[in-house]
Design a protein around this ligand. Structure first.
Ligand SMILES: [Zn+2]
Length: 268
């Protein structure tokens, strides 16, 4: 666990370099955002919280993808929220989400998986620092980043990563996924006073790094939309699944698929 700002802690899981963010509140209560990924990693987070005198009082899921809907009994029986749209998608797509978690991170208590209630309003009500939800439909329907304005931390969900290119939500295919992503990125980019950005996958960055990632993401979207070659350093070390996503996204803008990755580049 790294303390990225006073009272804001980030743990990084091994699979997909997935982050968990913990925000300390009043009287030892804490908000847990996107706890991930394996059963052992969630238990380790719970042990760390307990050793630190922190007790989860609420959970937040940034978006309805399986690796952001996890929970563990060791984190306690507390209300868990997502945006209204995300909660609806999580409920509707539960069977497919369960298949994904069973395949990628087996052993989770499925009675707790993806059980998120819709948040009413834009503020998570709890006894702690202000937590403002920034909702948009880039990357996933009802994606809800969390801004902690007092400390200038933006918990971005699966956006603003140093290791992943923008990953578009391509359903429905005729629904302008690039335009939706641009809009969502614009929502995040227009937030004043971001001192630390925490991506769902990758590493926290400072204000300058946040700007750099937004610029890189916009350049990526521009290139994909125009069907141009994409020069993005995140693709240089990308695993095979990410290169496959990139090819799929290039096709949206009329780009030709790149050559298949060499075996050395793949990590499965
Ligand atoms: Zn995601």
């Amino acid at each position: 666990m790294d303390e990225v700002a006073p009272g804001v802690f980030v743990a990084t899981a091994v699979p997909y370099v997935t982050t968990t963010t913990v925000v300390a509140g009043a009287d030892g209560g804490c908000l847990v955002i996107d706890p991930a990924v394996t059963v052992a990693e969630l238990d380790a987070i719970a042990s760390w919280l307990s050793a630190r005198g922190l007790r989860p009082v609420a959970g937040w899921s940034t978006h309805p993808h399986w690796d952001h809907l996890l929970w563990s009994r060791s984190l306690g029986d507390v209300p868990r929220y997502a945006t209204g749209r995300a909660a609806e998608v999580a409920a509707r797509e539960l069977p497919a989400l369960v298949n994904s978690v069973e395949e990628a991170a087996p052993g989770h208590d499925l009675a707790l998986f993806a059980r998120v209630a819709p948040l009413h309003g834009e503020v998570i009500g709890w006894r702690g620092p202000s937590t403002v939800v920034l909702a948009h439909d880039a990357h996933a329907p009802g994606h809800g980043a969390v801004l902690l304005p007092e400390v200038g931390v933006l918990v971005a969900g699966d956006m603003c990563s140093d290791i992943e290119i923008p990953l578009l939500d391509t359903e429905p295919a005729d629904g302008d996924p690039i335009g939706r992503y641009r809009h969502g990125l614009g929502v995040l980019a227009s937030v004043p006073g971001v001192r630390i950005v925490v991506p769902g996958h990758g590493h926290p960055g400072d204000a300058a790094e946040f700007r750099r990632r937004v610029t890189a993401d916009l350049a990526y979207l521009d290139a994909v939309q125009a069907g141009r070659n994409v020069a993005d350093e995140r693709l240089a070390a990308a695993p095979q699944w990410l290169l496959a996503e990139h090819d799929r996204q290039r096709a949206l803008g009329g780009g030709e698929p790149t050559s298949p990755p060499s075996p050395e580049q793949t990590t499965g």
